[in-house]
Design a protein around this ligand. Structure first.
Ligand SMILES: [Zn+2]
Length: 286
């Protein structure tokens, strides 16, 4: 059995189990570990970068591979609409996460560095080592050009460059997961190890799916399956590649393609919880 075949076998197994691993499940954050300093300083939880036609245009082009990979033109489009903003705002409010900052296509590394100093729920050795490097990374490789929606646990900041509510929910779910950790620095550092991100990522995706289900918005639920499943596939592929470097190429693209297939299949199963919505859809279809 050659390595390529072994890699593909791994991909198939992981992706097939992925459907079950990624079943909707809300994160329980009833016990929070939030720095009061961060909460106090966060009077404006959501900030938006000024539109800059040339920079955002370059960013849009740089984001073409990601648009193709997740098959959605809104990925890294650097133009975040009010629907996405409202979606993440509602999520943060419902989960009592006033300490989290959301930057919508905004570049503010100096402010993020200040937030890092205030994030006192995380032990300082983590913040002033990996944490500082992570904010420096965001400074040198700015998301406004290179895209890449993410949550930085060291500065407790969500950076969004894609106009996709499901992705905004997924990043906010990472923030929720961190807000309940007793040792958030260790939990963040573990993410840097091979294969481990699969755990963090599955929790965030499951929570986003559960939240979408709870809102009883079938379109949001379907979007979450369609986007977050193949996005999880990128991590599965990365994990396989870290264990079997020879198979990293087929593993990566194989996982993403299977993620698309599984996500679309799950999206097709979505039915609204509220019977009045269900009957309205049936009437429209008839
Ligand atoms: Zn994630």
């Amino acid at each position: 059995m050659n390595n390529k075949f072994l890699g593909l076998l791994f991909v198939c197994t992981l992706c097939l189990s992925g459907c079950r691993i990624l079943a909707p499940q809300a994160i329980n954050n009833s016990k929070q570990n939030i720095a009061p300093e961060l909460l106090q300083a966060n009077s404006l939880p959501i900030e938006r970068g000024k539109p800059r036609a040339i920079i955002d245009g370059v960013g849009w082009v740089v984001g073409i591979p990601s648009k193709l990979l997740l098959w959605d033109s809104r990925i890294d489009n650097h133009k975040i609409g009010l629907e996405t903003e409202a979606c993440v705002a509602e999520y943060l409010s419902q989960n009592q996460m006033g300490h989290v900052k959301v930057r919508l296509n905004q570049y503010r590394p100096w402010d993020d560095m200040k937030r890092l100093t205030k994030n006192k729920s995380m032990a300082w050795p983590w913040r002033y080592s990996i944490g500082t490097l992570s904010v420096l990374g965001e400074t040198i490789v700015p998301g406004r050009i290179f895209g890449g929606d993410h949550f930085n646990p060291y500065s407790q900041t969500i950076h969004l460059y894609s106009d996709v509510p499901a992705i905004a929910l997924h990043e906010a779910a990472h923030a929720k997961d961190f807000s309940r950790r007793r040792y958030p620095g260790t939990y963040a550092a573990l993410y840097g190890l091979p294969v481990v991100p699969l755990y963090h990522e599955s929790l965030a995706t499951k929570d986003a799916l559960a939240y979408a289900q709870e809102t009883d918005d079938p379109a949001l639920q379907q979007e979450a399956y369609r986007i977050l499943y193949p996005a999880y596939g990128t991590y599965v592929g990365g994990a396989i590649g870290s264990v079997l470097p020879m198979a990293s190429f087929p593993a990566y693209y194989g996982s993403v393609i299977l993620g698309h297939a599984a996500g679309r299949w799950q999206a097709a199963q979505v039915t609204p919880k509220d019977p009045s919505i269900a009957s309205a859809i049936t009437e429209r279809e008839e």
